[in-house]
Design a protein around this ligand. Structure first.
Ligand SMILES: Nc1ncnc2c1ncn2[C@@H]1O[C@H](COP(=O)(O)OP(=O)(O)OP(=O)(O)O)[C@@H](O)[C@H]1O
Length: 916
């Protein structure tokens, strides 16, 4: 699953990478390569697909299964001598390295055999970088019709490539030869030559004239027009043609005689004067076509049709920045002058041609040579960073041969054949052009070359996929492809010369050029697509055949019949019928395209879904792994934190215990000083936390017990007091006193209740603190709990103090009351009336009470004694003892808890007495 996913992802990546190919569309061998490369992962079983070490860019048609072989219609009567199914010839020429280029040479180009070239990426190339990332290969293998090495001479190259084409043209065929390659790779050198090393074109011209020697049609009354037509010229036109020809030849003579570095500047017509300069070109080096005596054989002339004469016309134009300029429409007397741009038109058959293009009849190779030179002077060259004399335009030199039958009647169709030689401008990196004009030129050059590549790829696709709907071949997207369209659509054959410079520094560009040519090697000659008119006619003749399955062969056979048809011959009814048929065809094609689009979308969506699913799974796995890792890491962190917190709080507790111990010791010492009994130490010898808990618990229990005891005691006392009050029924101030005492007692009870509540709360807090300690919860919480507990303890201590004060006050009140009673009891007996208890007056009652104090119930005395200690003992010891006796258990607790004796709010009996 993972492998499959990886493979698909890689295929997608590969397809994305390939979609950026300079050819604009993805070729089949790229598809093959992508599939091939992507399947490598399946066998390798690796996460990343392992690429084959060598990419075979040009697998060739032979290796394809028979069902993929293109079906090509063969013209009835064998119109194509070489066989229409013959593959397009692609020749490779490698130019020798210059001395400066040899310095950093890494031997990246190697000829394996006559047809196979090996390319090995140099270290610093882009290709090597991508190869290192595993996206592509670093070694590439290309197949060609024939490879010509650096040592190949011009003659050898001519013989191996163009020689046969010349013969074919004289036999009535149309031929195109075009050079393709990176700038400075030797294209112009190949076409035109240099010095005595003349190129293909001069050789072809010489060869042509040698072949037609003695059969040249010298009259100028027949002139080629449009794409494939001939026009009979009248006398005036003939004269005009003569003048034009002679002026051009004269111009060449003048230029040659006064050459010596003259420079012609032409207005490009696009934005002021062109920056194009003319240096002494390679052609200027020679005054005539210089060929070795044995370089051209005279053989072939016997193959020519009997009784036919040949009229040879030439044209020369260039495509510069997507504008067409006639290179033979020049007049040296008017310089600089604005160049006239030419227009492209279609003839009746829909074949494009250059309107108003100058055609010059030539009668010898020498004349052709001079015309070529004259035109070459008008061509756009400039110095670039790679080439001192770089062609900045695509130049197209055409030779039209009129096959004239002198005895033929005027109505007899004349045959025309054509040889076109196209020197394409070199592809180059725009970013390397620093000059704005050069940049613009490079852009236009690259755009037209890109379109040419797209056309070739579409043609090849249509040839190889007959069963599928044909792709639109984008001939109309550039001027170059439009003018060359006929040669790719069955009106002739083309041949490509790929020039490369084996220099390491331009390896990547060279690789791209070779990839481009690899597509062309898979093209076959023949009418793979129909011109628009022929297509319409075919639809009219066989409307049903287009929809019927299995009608492919018949349809193809019919192509030859309809190809030469003329739509203007149809009447209105037929034209209306044609419109209907075309409408249906449009709908049919639209439906087809929609289905195709839907299929493509579906495939893309399913691929994407699979990729997304794979990514999702991958992410989920990663997420799980990450989560586990993070959990583990945080568990470690938490345990570390717990350990440290434990340590910290142990330390804290220890310190607190020490503090408590110190306080307890101080308290004990104080008690000892005060002569009070010592209490048990608060801190146990157990661990700090435990000791603290135990001491808190013990303290709590003890406090609770004492509280209960105090409450019980208070209740008893209150009860006794109430009873006493009832018995005494003291009026006036005594009543106020008891009321005050009652109020104090009630307050005391309230305080005690509050104290109990606080103690309960303290117990809860202590327990929660203990739990917090046990659970090792956050240190802050524990600290807060402890602080709260401390605060509660302090508050309770305060409450107890207040309570103690209240009690003291109550005692004082009672004491005062007792004193009042005692005072009354000491009144003279004369005032005392012996009365029965309960019926005496206030004074008498008091006296009776005092007198009968011995008769009081025995249980009341201790209370009074405790409340009102005898004031007679005046010594310190006795007073202290009396205080000790007067202390309630609760006040004793308070005292035991106070580190230092609190400032006694208890007024001395003297002061109380003084006050009252
Ligand atoms: N086969 C060869 N033998 C010797 N010299 C060559 C060969 N091919 C090219 N050269 C030299 O290389 C240089 C560049 O060649 P040329 O101008 O033909 O390149 P180009 O591809 O036409 O460049 P551009 O596309 O920029 O016009 C010239 O100086 C030419 O003489």
């Amino acid at each position: 699953m993972g492998e499959r996913r990886g493979r698909r992802t890689f295929a997608l990546k590969e397809s994305m990478a390939l979609s950026l190919s300079p050819y604009g569309c993805r070729s089949d061998e790229e598809e093959d390569m992508a599939v091939f490369e992507s399947t490598a992962a399946e066998h390798g079983g690796m996460a990343r697909p392992r690429l084959p070490e060598i990419s075979v860019i040009s697998p060739g048609l032979e290796a394809r299964p028979t069902f993929l072989q293109p079906k090509v219609a063969v013209k009835p009567g064998g119109g194509e001598p070489g066989g229409a199914s013959e593959r397009v010839k692609v020749f490779l020429r490698i130019r020798p390295l210059t001395d400066s280029e040899r310095v950093n040479e890494q031997g990246c180009v190697a000829i394996q055999d006559e047809e196979t070239l090996l390319l090995k990426a140099p270290n610093e190339s882009q290709n090597m970088r991508t190869a290192e990332r595993g996206i592509t290969q670093s070694i590439h293998k290309f197949s060609f019709s024939k490879i010509f090495g650096p040592e190949t001479t011009q003659q050898q190259f001519y013989e191996g490539t163009m020689k046969k084409m010349v013969t074919d043209v004289l036999k009535g065929e149309n031929r195109l030869l075009y050079t393709y390659g990176v700038t400075n790779s030797g294209k112009t050198y190949t076409i035109q030559g240099s010095g005595r090393e003349t190129g293909l074109l001069p050789r072809a011209l010489v060869s042509l004239f040698r072949k037609v020697q003695g059969r040249l049609y010298g009259a100028m009354d027949l002139k080629p027009v449009m794409s494939q037509d001939v026009r009979q010229l009248d006398t005036g036109e003939i004269e005009a043609e003569e003048i034009r020809r002679n002026s051009l030849l004269k111009e060449d003579e003048n230029q040659t005689s006064g050459r010596a570095g003259t420079t012609t500047v032409w207005d490009s017509g696009i934005g002021g004067l062109s920056s194009t300069t003319h240096t002494a070109t390679q052609l200027e080096d020679t005054n005539s076509v210089c060929l070795d005596p044995d370089s051209l054989s005279l053989s072939g002339g016997s193959d020519l049709e009997e009784g036919v004469q040949f009229s040879i016309w030439v044209s020369f134009y260039e495509i510069y920045n997507e504008f067409l300029y006639d290179l033979l429409d020049a007049s040296p007397s008017q310089q600089p002058r604005k160049r006239v741009t030419l227009r492209l038109s279609d003839d009746k058959q829909g074949n494009p041609y250059v309107k108003d293009l100058t055609w010059i009849q030539i009668r010898s190779a020498e004349e052709a040579w001079r015309i070529l030179k004259a035109g070459h002077r008008n061509q756009s060259f400039a110095s670039t960073h790679l080439n001192q004399n770089s062609s900045r335009s695509h130049s197209i030199f055409s030779i039209r041969v009129l096959h004239v039958h002198p005895e033929a009647t005027s109505g007899q169709a004349m045959h025309i054949s054509e040889l076109t030689v196209c020197d394409l401008a070199g592809s180059e990196r725009c970013k390397e052009q620093r000059n704005g004009e050069r940049m613009k030129e490079a852009n236009n050059i690259n755009t037209s070359l890109l379109t040419l590549g797209r056309c070739i790829a579409a043609l090849r696709h249509n040839q190889n996929n007959k069963s599928r709907p044909p792709q639109v071949v984008p001939f109309r997207d550039s001027k170059l492809t439009r003018v060359l369209q006929g040669f790719f659509c069955g009106r002739g054959t083309s041949c490509m010369v790929v020039n490369i410079n084996p220099c390491t520094s331009i390896y990547d560009e060279t690789l791209q050029a070779l990839k481009f040519s690899a597509i062309a090697t898979q093209l076959v000659h023949g009418p793979s697509t129909k011109t628009r008119v022929a297509y319409i006619l075919s639809l009219l003749r066989e409307p049903a055949a287009n929809n019927a399955e299995g009608s492919l062969i018949e349809e193809e056979e019919d192509e030859s019949d309809v190809e030469d048809g003329d739509i203007t011959l149809l009447n209105t009814e037929s034209l209306l019928q044609a419109i209907d048929v075309l409408k249906r065809e449009v709908w049919r094609q639209r439906e087809e395209k929609e289905v195709l689009e839907a299929n493509v979308r579906e495939q893309v969506v399913s691929e994407m879904m699979e990729v997304i699913k794979g990514m999702q799974e991958g992410f989920t796995e990663t997420l799980e792994a990450e989560r586990a890792l993070i959990e583990e890491r945080y568990e470690d962190k938490i345990s570390n934190l717990q350990k440290h917190l434990k340590k910290f709080y142990n330390q804290e507790l220890k310190e607190r215990d020490q503090e408590i111990e110190a306080l307890a010791a101080a308290l004990e010492e104080k008690r000892k000083e005060d002569g009070q009994p010592t209490t048990a130490p608060l801190v146990e010898s157990e661990g700090p936390r435990r000791s603290h808990r135990i001491s808190s618990q013990t303290e709590l229990n003890r406090l609770r017990a004492e509280l209960d005891q105090s409450r019980a005691e208070l209740l008893t006392k209150t009860q006794e007091l109430v009873n006493l009050r009832m018995k005494l029924e003291v009026p006036g101030s005594a009543g106020a006193l008891t009321t005050a005492a009652d109020r104090k007692l009630q307050e005391g009870q309230r305080n005690l209740r509050q104290l109990r509540l606080d103690l309960q709360k303290l117990g809860v807090d202590l327990q929660s603190g203990e739990r917090a300690c046990c659970r090792n919860t956050g240190g802050n919480k524990l600290r807060h709990t402890l602080t709260a507990a401390d605060e509660t303890l302090a508050k309770q201590s305060q409450i107890l103090l207040e309570l103690q004060n209240d009690l003291t006050l109550v005692k004082a009140d009672l004491r005062r009351k007792a004193e009042t009673l005692a005072g009354r009891a000491q009144l003279p007996t004369t005032f005392a009336t012996p009365t029965t208890p309960g019926s005496c007056t206030k004074r008498g009652c008091v006296g009776t009470t005092a007198t009968n104090s011995e008769n009081r119930p025995p249980q009341k005395r201790p209370f009074f004694q405790s409340l009102f200690p005898t004031r007679t003992p005046s010594s310190k010891y006795n007073r202290r003892a009396a205080e000790e006796t007067s202390l309630t258990p609760y006040s004793r607790i308070l005292r035991s808890r106070q580190p230092s004796p609190p400032p006694s709010p208890i007024p001395t009996p003297r002061s109380i007495r003084g006050k009252y």
